[in-house]
Ligand binder design. Structure first.
Ligand code: NAP
Length: 344
């Protein structure tokens, strides 16, 4: 198959670099354009970027000259890792001009006809792009992936929600520094410390999950009937969000039932989809960021220590890589689904 030309908006940031790293070795996407702010525009990618990925920068992107937002781009899909303060307007502009915008930013996630998609959970919602005005006029549209902690919670809870119903969930997160972008929280503020506040994060976890688990009738998404309470903390971990989750099921289940359900994702045959979407570890001291962040190339969510909760019935620990499963990998998976479903 001929490679599809793609661009990365916000190419110099934490998510942008992860996108460049993963797309640089993708079998059918090829980076043709890179975009960042005016202060980066005009410079070669390798000169401008403070590369923080463990693998080397893909050779063919080093000399690509960074463009400024809203310039004409030679690409069909634009992956957005733009700062949320500017993403809304820039993404809308590109969608209006016929590009397929696949975004990590929060700005359009809750818009009526914008799919908020995790292919393994609610892939059918992708068809909502047909109802976007820009799609009707120019073929352009916006698709979003969830916030980096919401997606971990959603993947860990979804099979149980599907099989037994879940009406309440309480989650306490321990989120990595890279979740705040590069360079992120100053080292003086995070080393040896826990910061019990991440702006806007709790509200995102409490609302996005309802749309993701919602039912889509071909016209609208009706929110799922589940109440989520989230408490979010920044901790001195480089990559990966860990969370303690308590939940109540609508129907009786044993721990064997729940573990079997957790691991029952079907294979969607998308390139970046891992063999195990959720891996259950029969070890009370797992998951841990140092041990579990590379599982499934960062695309697997790890769950462990399922046990009884005296308040809500059940609890477990969950973990996912925030810039891979929580951002760049999630966006690329959405783009693969768009290709598979013929929207690109
Ligand atoms: P970041 O490291 O701060 O990167 C922000 C990017 O936006 C940089 O490339 C920056 O380019 C660009 N930018 C800033 N102002 C701009 C402007 N006026 N015009 C064009 N480009 C501009 O942030 P990040 O962590 O990668 O996050 C990017 C987005 O993804 C955010 O919306 C964030 O909420 C979301 N997200 C992040 C994570 C994560 O784990 N980090 C996970 C999920 C979602 P310059 O270098 O030129 O300034």
């Amino acid at each position: 198959m001929e490679k599809i030309k793609v661009g990365v908006l916000g190419c110099t940031g934490a998510v942008g670099q992860k996108l460049v790293s993963l797309l640089g070795r993708h079998p059918f996407f090829e980076i043709s354009e890179l975009v960042a702010s005016e202060k980066s525009a005009g410079m070669k990618y390798a000169e401008r970027t403070s590369w923080r990925e463990a693998s080397p920068m893909p050779g063919y992107v080093r000399d690509i000259v960074i463009k400024s937002p809203c310039e004409e781009l030679d690409a069909r899909i634009l992956f957005s890792g733009l700062d949320a303060s500017v993403a809304g307007e820039i993404e809308s502009d590109y969608a209006g001009r016929g590009y397929a915008v696949v975004s990590n930013s929060r700005n359009h996630r809750m818009d009526e006809f914008v799919p908020l998609v995790i292919p393994e959970v609610n892939g059918s919602h992708i068809a909502m792009v047909r109802d976007q005005e820009t799609y009707k006029k120019s073929g352009g549209f916006i698709v979003t992936n969830p916030n980096c902690s919401t997606i971990v919670l959603a993947l860990a809870l979804y099979p149980i929600y599907r099989d037994f119903g879940v009406d309440k969930a309480m989650v306490t997160t321990m989120q990595a520094i890279s979740g705040g972008g590069y360079p992120g929280v100053p080292s003086m503020d995070i080393l040896g410390n826990v910061v019990p506040h991440i702006s806007g994060e709790e509200q995102k976890m409490e609302t996005e999950l309802l749309k993701i688990f919602g039912s889509y009738d071909g016209n609208h998404v009706s929110n799922a009937d589940i109440t989520v309470s989230a408490s979010c903390n920044r901790v001195p971990v480089r990559d990966g969000h860990t969370m303690s989750v308590s939940f109540s099921t609508c129907r009786e289940a044993t721990s064997e039932d729940l573990i079997k359900s957790l691991c029952s994702y079907e294979d969607l045959e998308l390139n970046l989809s891992p063999d195990q979407v959720v891996a259950y570890m029969d070890d009370p001291a797992r998951p841990q960021p140092l041990l579990d962040s590379a599982t499934g190339g960062g695309m697997t969510v790890t769950v462990g220590n399922l046990r009884k909760c005296p308040v809500l019935g059940w609890k477990f620990n969950a973990f996912g890589h925030n810039t891979v499963r929580g951002a760049a990998g999630a966006a690329i998976l959405n783009a693969e689904l768009l290709v598979k479903e013929g929207f690109v």
